[in-house]
Design a protein around this ligand. Structure first.
Ligand SMILES: Nc1ncnc2c1ncn2[C@@H]1O[C@H](COP(=O)(O)OP(=O)(O)OP(=O)(O)O)[C@@H](O)[C@H]1O
Ligand SMILES: O=C(O)C1=C[C@@H](O)[C@@H](O)[C@H](O)C1
Ligand SMILES: [Mg+2]
Length: 172
């Protein structure tokens, strides 16, 4: 069974994916990290040197590769993954998609501390950051909203997440 964690930058996909996988006895893959390891460059470097379109091509290729191998796996996707290249359809056809839904204000709070690592947020003032999140989320909700499961404000206590996902896991 493949479980895909989706949601905006800062929603906690990477942070919660690893303990969720451990709890379920599944393998864990962070898509951004898989791309970085496979390409030998950081996401920031790929954006800077080759541009976002190239990153999206890589992101789709690495996702297809993960799907083709299958298995019991939690995949923490990148914030933009569902919104490009038919990736949302691919994930919904191959496993369970779980949307971590947070308000723009909560995302801005989390991201203002760490925005240097995220090329799409680099150099933004707090006001610009919040505006970017509101505007981008408005577009991305159309993709995120197609998830099989929506989890509002996911807690660090992954037992809660396991309980929410239980009915979906027993179907496999
Ligand atoms: N449930 C939570 N409660 C409080 N803070 C959290 C929670 N989950 C994650 N965080 C914090 O929010 C920040 C962003 O989390 P994380 O890197 O996991 O997001 P992400 O969804 O993987 O983002 P990206 O799409 O950019 O990869 C981190 O500083 C993390 O410690
Ligand atoms: O929201 C996005 O478009 C992104 C999120 C990150 O996980 C990375 O995949 C990259 O920084 C782009
Ligand atoms: Mg992440």
């Amino acid at each position: 069974m493949l479980i895909f964690l989706i949601g905006f930058m800062g929603s906690g996909k990477t942070t919660l994916g690893k303990p969720l996988a451990a709890r379920l006895g599944y393998r864990f893959i962070d898509l951004d990290k898989a791309i970085e390891e496979g390409e030998g460059s950081t996401v920031g470097e790929i954006f800077a040197v080759r541009g976002e379109a190239h990153f999206r091509t890589l992101e789709h290729k690495y996702l297809q590769d993960i799907v083709s191998h299958g298995g019991d796996l939690v995949v923490s996707t990148g914030g933009g993954t569902p919104c490009f290249g038919g990736n949302m359809e691919l994930m919904n056809a191959s496993g369970v998609t779980v949307y971590f839904k947070l308000s723009p204000a909560m995302l801005a709070d989390r991201l203002s501390a760490a925005k240097v690592c995220r090329p799409l947020l680099a150099g933004k003032s707090p006001e610009e950051l919040l505006r970017y999140i509101v505007d981008t989320l408005a577009v991305r909700e159309a993709y995120y909203g197609r998830a099989n499961v929506v989890v509002a404000n996911p807690s660090r206590d992954v037992a809660k997440l396991v309980a929410i996902l239980g009915p979906y896991l027993s179907r496999s």
